[in-house]
Design a protein around this ligand. Sequence first.
Ligand SMILES: Cc1ncc(COP(=O)(O)O)c(C=O)c1O
Length: 487
Amino acid sequence: MSSAAAFAPLSVSAADTPVEAADVPCPAAAAAEQAAAPLAVLGRDVRVPLVTGGEVTYAALDYAASAPALQRVWDDVAAYAPYYGSVHRGAGYLSQLSTELFEQSRHAVAEFLGCREGDQVVFTRATTDSLNLLSAALPEGARVFVFETEHHASLLPWRRHDVTYLDAPRSPEQAVATLESALHGAPAGPKLVCVTGASNVTGEVWPVRELARAAHRHGARIVLDAAQLAPHRPVHLDELEVDWVAFSGHKLYAPFGAGVLAGRADWLRDAEPYLAGGGASRRVARRNDGGIDVEWHTNAARHEAGSPNVIGAYALASACRALSEAGFETLVAREEELLARLRAGLAEVPEVSVLSLFGEGADQVGVLSFVVDGWNSSHFAAALSAEHGIGVRDGLFCAHPLLRTLLGQDGDTPGECGAPEAAPGERSLNAIRVSFGAGTPDEHVDRFVSAVRQLVREGARWNYRTEDGRCVPLAAADAADVANAAA
Ligand SMILES: Cc1ncc(COP(=O)(O)O)c(C=O)c1O
């Protein structure tokens, strides 16, 4: 039997605990393939069927959507699981242990983010939730400034306020100048700038500290959408000089349903709780007139009503620790190697156009989008998956205005995520995104580049159709009919 006292949260690795970690197979071949990746992730030995016959090891190149779990995160969660209990609401030993673990996770995240004295770390569901929470906490009359290039999660939550949408800049310097001039003419009163740290479309890194300084010069505050930055670069509130930061566990190798909003406490403390309910309230009583009086917490719990997601928070803290221990210098160097390999490979295919806002030489994380001349992106991505076992993303990446700008289409051009109504071979309003990170071996990038080359030179080897807005391979019998008809 496991002893609860033996579980030492956040101080020892799962391998040292008496609790058995989940049995995740790791054949030698997969281990060798993984050798070049700085961190081990789950799923590296998963085999997937090919529509053309046989199977292949899956190449996960869609980290920007959801990164695979770190082995370390999985082991930590497995080690804790037997001790799981309620948080902030139980007298039992395991409830106390889980409460302590939850609060320790909050401290670990605060440390990862370089939080300042008085900052709060609120656990949410993900970045979208964090930014909606902040929007709900803005003071009366607040004005919000946001670039049209943002992911919808940071573009849309502000619509109940007075929002200024800023045009897509074509360089980091232009981004700062655009923000300066918008803030310069803004009336007095509370102001918030929302900016992404790294684009989920181009992977380009934004000049966060310069934007923060511009915001502060004009009396505005700034929130950083670090959904794509945090898995690739250090994100320190004090060094970047931002007021808040939001990010998601599932993009940071911790897919257990937790996210974070961290930063200044005052607007959060003064706002109505994001969700009303148990955990957010300190005292609730009937009034003499029959109504209800509520005294809300003033710390992070104010916005964490309901039973906290302790496993999500613990997993997230474990990922923060793993990334810090691996060292961002190592992670960045490795990623730059992969990016150079990818760029060099794609440069040899003239039909490929890489999407970029800031142009050649821009600082970039492991996220890259492109279109292929003569191909519907949805068709191309479907063929990468079905014929090569490579998982990428296609569509507009929940950044429709940015994609329209990059692809040169106006707002009236039809086309939604996927846009596969266009016949395969016809260009449509969508692109292909490849993204990777700390668990990516060279082989995945190399296989991707050679698959792109082969598809462009020889075409798809299978037939595809549109189903529920997505391009999918035809069933074998239908594909044979198409081939016979074509013969
Ligand atoms: C830059 C950026 N911000 C916000 C989000 C939203 O993150 P989530 O879906 O985890 O809420 C994403 C997701 O792709 C993103 O790439």
